[in-house]
Design a protein around this ligand. Sequence first.
Ligand code: AMP
Length: 504
Amino acid sequence: MDGKTALTLLDLLADGTPEAPALLAPDRDPMTFRELRERVLALAERLASFGLGREDRIAIVMENGQEMVLSLLAAAVCGTAVPLNPRYRAEEFAFYYGDGNVQGMIAAPGTVPDAHAAAAPGTVVIHAATDPSGILRLEPSGTARPPRALALPGPDDVAILLHTSGTTKRPKRVPIRQRNLAASAANVVRACALTQEDRSLCVMPLFHIHGIVASMLAPLAAGGSAVCPPAFDALRFFGWVDAFRPTWYSAVPAIHQTLLSRAGRHADVIRGNPFRFIRSCSAALPPTVIGRMEEVFGAPVTEAYGMTETTHQMTSNPLPPGVRKPGAVGYGFGVQVAIMDEAGALLTSNAQGEVVVRGLNVVDGYENNLEANEAAFVRGWLRTGDQGTMDPDGYLSITGRLSERINRGGEKISPLEIDHVLLRHPAVAEALAFAVPHRTLGEDVHAAVVLRSPATEQALRRHCSDFLVDFKVPRRIHILEALPYGGTGKLRRNAMAGTLKLAG
Ligand code: AMP
């Protein structure tokens, strides 16, 4: 990093040795840092030539891969990138486009019809396709605007807009600035001691901050490389390891568990390509799984803790010779972490309270949401909504969650959103979605309903699938005579699994 700290994505891409490999993907030529930077700039100029600029939000609806990385970076250099899960339903796309004030949308032609259908008139729709020589081309289809010159972003410009599913039905907008991304990538580099020799295998979706920062930006910020295959595929993972020889990967516990169950068949690949380490984040990793992973992969497993509002990582366990504490999520790298009580006082070691953080990777606030900002930010600290304790060595353990948000294998789900979809079914009088413990996902989604006219569980799940991406559709919908209102007359969502004796 020639002694300078990166403040923008372009600074970060300038850190690598120009002719060193930066981005690799199956069936694509490897791209050097020089090529990556040149192509990102050329594509950002192309987006500007379609009339898009700094204040415009550009949705990216693509599977992982070289095209996704290029489109995402180019959109974040020209304006603000809004990466969205390509599996969303039309109604979900319409919400995110409208709420995020999306002006442009990049997708591969012929893919995600729901994403196209939801685009409002006037949206600059852009087709992304790789030509036979392996170059990504962006072509506008439909609305054209007068061309503009590319204005390069500064550290304070919003690079990426993401949403978090909170406790309300309406997700909150999280504007992530160029400087937040640069700071967060640098924190992951430090926590994992990444160097130019390191190569990550990106199995996390690039519409989630975990994939963007840990799997893609951090390795590039270290001058190393990232391999970006299509979405995670357990059947192809070990083939990718064999072909690209990554030194590490980062994933949610559910992915680690899937890989563990297949690892026996790929002992040769594991032996032939030992990982330097494996990283886990975004949901709790049971200590027994850490033990099995370390045994099977012969590499240290480090658990980290992150959230969208902190541009991913807050804490991490260190790698050897540092001490990893299974069950703890490590300590802050480049961020201050503390435990706060309800009144806003910071607590001492071992006391349980809300985890709060502050640092350069923490966003300035939710966009246009005074109420949420007043609730979440206290004297410069961000309240995470997670409950935890900190030991005298500064290691944090997550002990619970103050919100009702469901964490299904790392995918965060607002139960209220599911309640509202269920209540739109004519047979449903009352609905309550809730988390149920799950062996590999940590939590899964169930719902309880009271009917006003006959309907089957299957029909209700089909109804949910019409409006909700698959991971939000309740695995089980329990049809009850009445919802279990407690003594106070209140529904306790977090107690539902226990009340219905559901153990996952
Ligand atoms: P997201 O905004 O999707 O990254 O989700 C952030 C939330 O994921 C945090 O507020 C935690 O509730 C949860 N989370 C992230 N990492 C961990 C971890 N290592 N252990 C337990 N929960 C985690």
